[in-house]
Design a binder for this molecule. Structure first.
Ligand code: BJW
Length: 232
C-alpha cells in the first residue's frame, strides 16, 4: 500500500529500551506510585513535595537516556518520506527530538519544562524542583510544577491533532497500551477518515482488533516497518 499522509502516535513502550519505565507493564510506574497522588492537579495541591519526589528522579534519568534505534527510525521516516509525517507523542521525554524528529506534538507536555501555577509561564528546566522554587516570571514560591498533563487536564494541541487525524491515510500507533483518552480514541478518528491503522507494540493493546498488528520490541519492529514504508 502507498500512503501520503501519516500520523504516528507514540507511547512509553517506544522509550522502554532506552531505559525509561512504562506505566502499566509489570513493574511499571503505576505499580510503584499512586497516580491520584502524583499525576493529578488535586494530588499536587495536597502534597506538592510528593509530586516533586516523583518527577525529580525521572527528570534526571531522562537527561541521561539516549534515543534508541526505534526513535532513530521514526526520525528517518519523517526526513525521507515523500509525504507528510506528524508525530504525536504521549511521552514527556525528549528522545524523539534528540533522534531528529521535528514535526512533533508533546500532547502530555514535557518533563524538561516547568510551569508556574500562578502566572502560567512555561520555562525549560534541567534541575530538581522543590516547594521552595521561585517562579522566574512572577517570583511566587510553591507553585512551580512539571509542565506535563495530569489526569483531568486538557492535553495539548488537540485541534491540530484532530485536524491531522481527519486527513491522514496511515495511522501508526507505537508502544502505547491504548488505555488513556483522548489518545486511545485517535484510532477511531483515523479510521473514520478511511485511514489504514497499524499497531507496533510489544503485545496487543486494548484496541488491538482495530489495527493491523506487528508485535515485538520497538527497536526490532519499528526500524523494519519504516524500512518497508520507505521502500514504497
Ligand atoms: C513496548 C515495549 C517495547 C513495553 N517495545 N512496546 C473514564 C473513561 C474514559 C476516559 C476517562 C475516564 N475517566 C477519566 C477519563 C479521562 C482520562 C483517562 O483516559 N483515564 C483512563 C485511565 C480511563 N484522561 C485524561 O484525564 C486526559 N485528559 C482529558 O481527557 O481531558 C479531557 C478531554 C476530553 C476530550 C478531548 C480532549 C480532552 C489526560 C491524560 C493525562 C495522562 N497523563 C499521564 C502522565 C503524564 C506525565 C507523566 O509521564 O508522568 O501520561 S498518565 C500516563 O499514561 C502518561 C502516558 O503518556 C499515558 C499513556 O501511557 P502509555 O504511553 O500508553 O504507556 P503504558 O505503560 O500504558 O503502555 C506501554 C505499552 O508499551 C504497553 O502496551 C507495552 O506492551 C508496550 N511496550 N515495552 C514496544 N520495548
Amino acid at each position: 500500500m502507498r500512503f501520503n499522509n501519516i500520523v504516528i502516535l507514540t507511547g512509553a513502550g517506544l522509550s522502554a529500551e532506552s531505559g525509561l519505565g512504562t506505566f502499566r507493564d509489570k513493574g511499571g510506574v503505576w505499580s510503584e506510585f499512586n497516580l491520584e497522588e502524583v499525576a493529578t492537579p488535586e494530588g499536587f495541591a495536597r502534597n506538592p513535595a510528593k509530586v516533586h519526589e516523583f518527577y525529580n528522579p525521572r527528570r534526571r534519568r531522562q537527561a541521561e537516556a539516549g534515543p534508541n534505534s526505534a526513535h532513530r527510525a521514526l526520525a528517518r521516516l519523517e526526513r525521507d518520506f515523500p509525504g507528510q509525517v506528524l508525530t504525536v507523542t504521549q511521552n514527556i521525554d525528549a528522545l524523539q527530538e534528540a533522534a531528529g524528529t521535528r514535526n512533533l506534538i508533546h500532547m502530555h507536555g514535557e518533563l524538561a519544562r516547568v510551569r508556574c501555577g500562578s502566572c502560567g509561564v512555561s520555562l525549560p528546566w534541567e534541575g530538581d524542583l522543590s516547594v521552595g522554587t521561585l517562579c522566574a516570571g512572577c517570583g511566587m514560591p510553591g507553585l512551580m510544577r512539571p509542565d506535563v498533563v495530569w489526569f483531568g487536564e486538557m492535553p495539548r494541541q488537540m485541534d491540530r491533532i484532530y485536524e491531522a487525524l481527519g486527513t491522514c491515510d496511515l495511522f501508526l500507533s507505537i508502544g502505547t497500551s491504548g488505555t488513556v483518552y483522548p489518545a486511545a480514541g485517535f484510532v477511531f478518528e483515523a479510521k473514520n477518515t478511511g485511514a489504514h491503522a497499524v499497531e507496533l507494540n510489544l503485545e496487543p493493546s486494548e484496541g488491538a482488533d482495530l489495527f493491523d498488528e506487528r508485535h515485538g520490541p520497538a527497536t526490532a519492529v519499528v526500524p523494519m516497518y519504516v524500512e518497508r514504508l520507505l521502500a514504497g
